[in-house]
Design a protein around this ligand. Structure first.
Ligand code: FEO
Length: 400
């Protein structure tokens, strides 16, 4: 059975909800599922904007057929070539043999990489920045968005209705459950914003400068509706998601707050972290978040790294190096360009504590980070209570 909704008189949502997938990109846990959004425009000519993941093929093609309602497909517009959106291109071209494929030069290069598919020249429309395509009433133009977050990414702008089809940009984890518009959801709720932040920071976080570039382009366009490839469509309060994207892509924290990431093998480091968070709270610090790296998915911690100003690490020395889960977090912070942070370190080591030095060697490579307080060293379960107080004083003062 098809499941489609008109988003305007001529534009139909044909995306699919996926509640089965456990790991997005086979790495990011999905607590609330994910959507693969796609859109059909019905005008004198018809256009399908993007396809979907291979796993939802049946539902997707039922939706497209229902939206086309017996009409042929004239254009398949490919805004993004990652397989959660492009996997069904070959099947779409089999089903709709007269469709012309619209993409930029890199799009077509990737199509040949992914598919044993030769598209005849007369069925290719290669576009570049600013090129336009008339569907009749609907005038589309194309905005290149390289490295948001793949090189071939482009946005399609429908000037007639003020709709920006924005590829992965402004995407969110989670299904919509029929409520395909953000204004039909509680988009200011904590779980929604957490899913938006975790999606952005882990998928696109590395490419802040490129996101800033497209936000500048978007500022010059009359956008009345944002149609991303994941999550809900924005037709009201667009500034809510635009502001978050602007903040995240400038690597500006949302909150003066502390997130603590620790590993603890026998509980001694954890015990000091618990004492430390109590001391922070006694100094007036609110909304402290502490995460055991052994139990928390790294994507959650990356999102927290973007959200707050202050990061505190509690790290044991392990095989003369860092604990593997801690090492993984730090590697991901570097990969995703975490920057502009105030960092404090508590290390543990029973005979040769080196975790603090190793962490600093990694954090020294991050942009615009400063250390708050001196590294506190725990030897097994022994440490200086005065030094812990001094570190709590320094962190609390840095939040003022
Ligand atoms: Fe949703 Fe970059 O794919």
């Amino acid at each position: 059975m098809y499941s489609i909704r008109n988003i305007t008189d001529d534009v139909v949502y044909v995306g699919v909800e996926d509640r089965r997938l456990h790991l997005f990109e086979n790495i990011f846990p999905l607590d609330r599922g994910v959507t693969y959004n796609a859109y059909v425009i019905r005008d004198e000519k018809t256009a399908l904007l993007d396809t979907a993941d291979a796993t939802v093929s049946r539902q997707f093609f039922e939706n497209v057929a229902a939206a086309l309602d017996g009409r042929a497909l004239d254009y398949l517009i490919v805004n993004h070539m990652e397989p959660d959106h492009c996997a069904l291109i070959a099947e779409a071209l089999e089903k709709y043999p007269q469709a012309t494929v619209v993409g930029n030069a890199k799009t077509f290069q990737m199509i040949t990489q992914f598919f044993a598919l030769t598209i005849p020249e007369e069925r290719k429309l290669v576009v570049k920045e600013g090129d336009t395509l008339s569907l009749g009433k609907h005038q589309l133009s194309f905005v290149m968005a390289p490295m948001v977050h793949w090189p071939e990414v482009m946005f399609s702008y429908d000037a007639t209705e003020g709709i920006l089809f924005s590829a992965d940009a402004f995407g969110v984890f989670g299904t919509n459950n029929g409520n395909i518009f953000a204004d039909e959801l509680d988009y200011k709720a904590q779980d929604f914003v957490e899913d938006a932040r975790r999606y952005y920071t882990n998928i696109v976080g590395k490419y802040g400068m490129q996101v800033q570039n497209v936000l500048k382009k978007a500022a010059g366009i009359d956008i009345r509706m944002l149609c991303p490839l994941h999550g809900p469509i924005w037709r009201e309060d667009l500034s809510f998601i635009l502001k978050l994207y602007d903040q995240w892509s400038r690597y500006e924290a949302e909150e003066k707050a502390v997130a603590v990431f620790y590993n603890s093998i026998y509980g001694n480091t954890e015990s000091v972290i618990n004492a430390f968070t109590m001391k922070l709270a006694a100094r007036g610090v609110k909304n402290i978040k502490a995460y055991d790296v052994s139990k928390t998915d790294v994507s959650v911690m990356i999102a927290e790294c973007f959200r707050v100003t202050n990061l505190v690490f509690g790290a044991t020395t392990y095989n003369n190096g860092l604990f593997p889960k801690m090492e993984n977090l730090v590697a991901d912070m570097k990969a995703l360009s975490v920057q502009n942070k105030k960092i404090s370190i508590i290390e543990n080591g029973s005979w040769a504590p080196t975790a603090g030095k190793l962490l600093k060697a990694e954090f020294d490579t991050l942009k615009n980070c400063a250390y708050i307080g001196d590294t506190l060293t725990i030897k097994s379960a022994s440490f200086s209570a005065e030094a812990l107080d001094a570190l709590a004083d320094a962190v609390a003062a840095s939040l003022q």
